[in-house]
Design a protein around this ligand. Structure first.
Ligand code: HSE
Length: 318
């Protein structure tokens, strides 16, 4: 039995709709896999989903990721999958992507690691696509690889870049406990955008990339502005403007919607500042009696990883 962990992610980062994302330390999903003698992939257990996830492999993000990899490698033995959901659904933290990524990483390890992490991307995206209704990788890629990832292009194939991560960059995420489904949050966006918005977004995305290469946190803060999605999505998020004010008052470099929401994120320079910002953001929602959860960590540069290998553990113990 091999278990992998894949971390939550903050997609878009305001100026990079569908093309930017970063990984955080917690929360994350765990998926375990083991061989079976049935010659088929099946899901044998799902924990922590409140009964919401399908056991049918073809409809489950983790199931599809494993099946897709298993088929590609023409494995003879079947695979049993156990999914431990440790992340909320519809939170904007890349829950479905984390399941798909953990599943792909665990299965690859079970098969003897024939593929690199980068090569697992397409298989994890196969899984994520069924949940979100679109083949985008701004959650999958950072969850898999860690750090801050730019998806320069999706066609004809994915061209991604892992951007430099400033050493002291912290990310605070607050999740108000309401559910927003990515599919729905995409449907409310306009199909066309005004030229002036495209110009602003392009300038900011370029500014963000330059800021990361130059380790210029002030430029990073100025660049993380969202003129495409936030105007439409912010009204769906409880107390969005108040939480923004609290984060900026606490010294956040930038604030915005995590993925398609309702989670919100703030970036900051250093642990002390991020703790202060976390406290202020949480107090803002608590004052309005809105149930929420806070996650505060450095940007996670490691990404998904195998956390237990039962056979190895036995070998090590004896
Ligand atoms: N970029 C996606 C969106 C969400 O904002 O709809 C995460 O993949």
């Amino acid at each position: 039995m091999i278990t992998a962990f894949a971390p939550a992610t903050v997609a878009n980062l305001n100026c990079g709709f569908d093309v930017l994302g970063l990984a955080i330390d917690k929360p994350g999903d765990e998926v375990s896999v083991a061989f079976n003698d049935l010659g088929a992939v099946r899901i044998v257990e799902i924990e922590g989903d409140g009964g919401k996830l399908p056991y049918e492999v073809a409809r489950n993000t983790a199931g599809i990721a494993v099946h897709s990899l298993w088929k590609h490698l023409q494995m003879e033995k079947g695979v049993d999958i156990v999914i431990r959901k440790k992340m909320p659904f519809g939170s904007g933290l890349g829950s479905s992507a984390a399941s798909a990524v953990a599943a792909a990483v665990a299965a690859n390890a079970l098969f003897g690691n024939p593929l690199t992490k980068r090569e697992l991307l397409d298989f994890a995206i196969d899984g994520e696509a069924v949940a979100s209704g679109a083949r985008h990788a701004d959650n999958v890629a950072p969850s898999l690889l860690g750090g801050i990832v730019l998806l320069r292009s999706y066609q004809p194939q994915i061209d991604l870049l892992q951007l430099p991560v400033p050493n002291n960059l912290y990310c605070t995420v607050i999740y108000p406990k309401v559910e927003i489904l990515t599919k729905e949050a995409r449907n409310i966006l306009p199909e066309k955008i005004p030229l002036k918005d495209a110009i602003q977004q392009t300038g900011n995305l370029a500014g963000c990339v330059a800021a990361l290469y130059q380790n210029d946190l002030a430029l990073l803060g100025r660049s993380l502005v969202d003129v495409l999605a936030e105007p439409y999505r912010a009204p769906l998020i409880p107390e969005f403007q108040r939480v923004r004010q609290a984060a900026l008052y606490g010294g956040a470099l930038a604030f915005g919607i995590s993925g398609s929401g309702p989670s919100m994120f703030a970036l900051s320079d250093g642990a002390a500042k991020s703790a202060q910002i976390a406290g202020l953001m949480e107090k803002t929602l608590n004052n309005k009696q809105i149930d929420c959860q806070i996650f505060n960590s450095k940007v996670n540069v490691e990404g998904a990883k195998v956390i237990t290998n039962y056979e190895l553990r036995i070998t090590n113990n004896f």
